[in-house]
Design a binder for this molecule. Structure first.
Ligand code: NAP
Length: 506
């Protein structure tokens, strides 16, 4: 039950001021009362972007210690609102309180990790080629390089991570750490959670004496808000987490600008698992249980959900039966929005109607809930129908049966870009594993062995990205410290007098 003392004000945060427009949109929480939120406008986007540019003039030159203290302060302010964030977040999204608590820990951990990362300073990648005045035939000037923040960044969070990939999520943390002011386009599935987190950031801005334009939140309610944000001339990059359709629409707008800007879209993925024969012979039932648990975690609403398992034909029957047995008790789970629940039902119907698709488990889903579904298809039919390779956001599994090792390799070669690819293998599978790995390496940002891709560690070596359509920029990651590179650009300083060099380079 939501504590009655928690009430939203339903406004936008524009450079430290809470403002409302005339129109409102109504939230649609999974439980509890709906509330009215002010609709974003193109004029508000313009105000927020201008304030961000003004803030950049000081924030872009703030010291690493100042920014680290600011990130730590945001973490503290979020923690101070823990109860409200958990209750409101759970009511809006239908995610259980325990999940919200875990995600809050991750969000805070991410902010603190970035604070530590910039204190250490290695991310600046400082280089110095000292002057060689006596070099023949031509002298060499003094040449230094380091990474500098790019300017105001726009952030779009996803519905399935209302904290860790949203208002103060990884994109915001990375951009602020780099020295870039942020304008967030609020997600319409969790506007109140976004409002509380924006209050936390605003309190940290005040505590640390930062320029107020360093952070703004413009609630959505209309698509032209997002369109105006990515096209605003003062925005220099976009961090986006969400659907392929939404991400592609915004990516195209960025590319069509007179001055195209990078759009770092983290999109959907089916995260295929390749189940090799010796591993399945030794522990097929255990792998089946593990897959069922990963597939249904959080109603399958993870971008790293392993939606496809590729297995040898002669092992598929027993494996499918074991997965089905593990899926049946899971039952219905609440989904994030009515729209996502509807899309899941359509996705199940699309896969069920595919040529040669066999039904292993078909369950009815409710208006805002999803039950697990399991299908099977031959490798030949899968290879002939590209739609069977598309993400269905929710607890749907598709078992693809391979005639032999050659067909398994053909399937691997035919998958699109992925966030992750997984191999389940034992010593006896080494030869096939050795042939698959170079193929999968070109397909995914993260390769796993004998595990499940749900659960993304936030650390230095993490890569959460991959070739399109997993992301719009395969050179980047949206999780881990390397994600700061998205909001930096190298600047070279040739013969610039010491007194004029940035503090970090002098
Ligand atoms: P979504 O519907 O694409 O929404 C994301 C954001 O984009 C929202 O702010 C939304 O605005 C906006 N948006 C969507 N379409 C738009 C358009 N055509 N024009 C302008 N703005 C648009 O995604 P979601 O449902 O929140 O998230 C689920 C998806 O995200 C799944 O496919 C999942 O796999 C993916 N995901 C990926 C990752 C990753 O790291 N790769 C992580 C989590 C989720 P509104 O608020 O107005 O809807």
């Amino acid at each position: 039950m939501l504590d009655k003392s928690f009430q939203p004000h339903g406004k936008h945060l524009i450079a430290g001021e809470w403002v409302a427009t005339d129109a409102t949109f109504r939230s649609a929480p999974a439980s509890g009362e709906p509330h009215d939120f002010s609709v974003g406008t193109v004029a508000l986007v313009d105000q927020a972007c201008k304030a961000a540019e003004e803030a950049f003039l000081s924030y872009g030159y703030s010291s690493r210690a100042e920014r680290a203290a600011f990130l730590d302060a945001i973490a503290d302010e979020i923690e101070a609102r823990a109860e409200a964030i958990t209750q409101v977040g759970s009511s809006e999204t239908g995610l259980p309180p325990g999940r919200l608590e875990g995600e809050r820990g991750r969000t805070i951990g991410q902010l603190r990790l970035f604070a530590q990362h910039i204190r250490n300073g290695e991310y600046l990648d400082r280089r110095h080629d000292v002057a060689l005045p006596d070099r023949k035939p031509a002298p060499r000037p003094d040449i230094r390089m380091m990474q500098r923040p790019i300017g105001p960044v726009a952030v779009f969070g996803a519905s399935n991570f209302p904290l860790a990939f949203s208002t103060a999520g990884g994109d915001t943390a990375a951009a602020l750490a780099a020295g870039c002011p942020v304008v967030v386009k609020g997600h319409s599935a969790h506007p109140w959670t976004g409002e509380i987190v924006a209050e936390a950031i605003s309190a940290a801005v005040a505590r640390c004496g930062m320029h107020k334009g360093v952070f703004s939140l413009v609630q959505g309610g209309r698509r032209d808000v997002g369109h105006a944000l990515v096209q605003h001339p003062l925005i220099k990059a976009v961090g986006f987490t969400g659907s392929l359709a939404g991400g592609r629409a915004l990516f195209d707008l960025c590319a069509a600008r007179p001055d195209p800007i990078p759009f770092f879209g983290e999109l959907g993925s089916v995260n295929p698992m390749f189940l090799l024969p010796s591993a399945i012979a030794a522990r097929g039932a255990e792998i089946a249980k593990g897959w069922a648990a990963s597939l249904t975690m959080g109603a399958g609403q993870f971008c790293t959900n392993p939606g496809i398992a590729v297995i040898m034909q002669d092992q598929a029957g027993a494996f499918a039966e074991a997965v089905q047995q593990a899926l049946v008790p899971v039952g219905a789970q609440v989904m994030l929005t009515d729209g996502i629940a509807e899309a899941y039902k359509k996705g199940c119907a699309r896969i069920a109607g595919g040529p040669g698709v066999g039904k292993v488990l078909v369950s009815e889903s409710g208006q805002r809930s999803a039950s697990p579904n399991l299908f099977t298809v031959s490798g030949t039919d899968w290879l002939a129908d590209a739609e069977l390779a598309e993400e269905v956001f929710g607890p749907l599994g598709l078992i693809v049966t391979a005639q032999d090792a050659e067909q398994m390799l053909a399937i691997a070669r035919n998958i699109e870009g992925q966030l992750t690819c997984t191999l389940h293998l034992d010593a006896g599978d080494a030869d096939l594993g050795r042939r698959l790995l170079p193929v999968l390496e070109r397909k995914a940002g993260r390769l796993l062995a004998n595990g499940y891709p749900t659960g993304v560690e936030v650390c230095d070596a993490m890569v959460h990205g991959g070739p399109y359509p997993a992301s719009t920029n395969f050179g980047a990651t949206s999780v881990g410290t390397l994600s700061i590179r998205r909001f930096l650009r190298p600047v070279c300083y040739q013969n610039i007098p010491e007194a004029l060099l940035p503090v970090d380079l002098a």
